[in-house]
Design a protein around this ligand. Structure first.
Ligand SMILES: [Zn+2]
Length: 167
């Protein structure tokens, strides 16, 4: 089974707003399974479908020792603010402090279509916020503070060039 390759900054698919799934097919379940493999192989904590070139609202993530496969995830409650160092598989080698909600409650469907309601704090809360951003075409570099944006400008520009020239 061919694995997914991770799209890096500069890929047009990372800027698309993904469509919600109306129903979950076997193909979607295969995509989720392959996304789990790609996430683990790349030592990531979460992965969103556009990062493997698929414009659907699918996310996989680690929550403690569990792997969650999420369809149409949506945050409906937020509490507190916290700044933490963050990275992204689509931005290899780039890390920055990002301010996000400390706790979130979110809804999603699992791969069978059952409704999930999940409360997440700290790292898990951060991961789901980062991944839902991906589904909306929002990248963590958009949320960097001005100092990091200036510091990372060259690295970001180089990565974008590299992505564009590898097409
Ligand atoms: Zn990411």
């Amino acid at each position: 089974m061919p694995g997914f390759s991770i799209r890096t900054y500069g890929s047009a698919v990372l800027r698309k707003r993904c469509k919600p799934l109306k129903k979950i097919t076997d193909e979607d379940r295969r995509v989720l399974e392959n996304m789990v493999h790609a996430m683990i192989a790349s030592k990531g904590l979460g992965l969103a479908a556009p990062q493997v070139g698929i414009g659907k609202r699918l996310v996989v993530m680690l929550a403690g020792s569990e792997v969650l496969k999420l369809v149409n995830p949506c945050i409906y409650k937020r509490k507190g603010r916290i700044v933490m160092k963050e990275g992204c598989l689509s931005f290899p080698g780039i890390f920055a402090d990002i301010r996000r909600s400390r706790e979130v409650q979110f809804g999603a469907l699992n791969e069978k279509g059952d409704k999930l309601k999940i409360k997440a704090a700290e790292l898990a809360a951060r991961i789901i916020q980062h991944e839902i951003d991906h589904l909306n075409g929002v990248l963590f570099c958009d949320r960097m503070g001005i100092i990091d944006k200036i510091k990372m400008r060259k690295a970001l520009r180089d990565l974008k060039k590299q992505t564009e020239s590898s097409k």
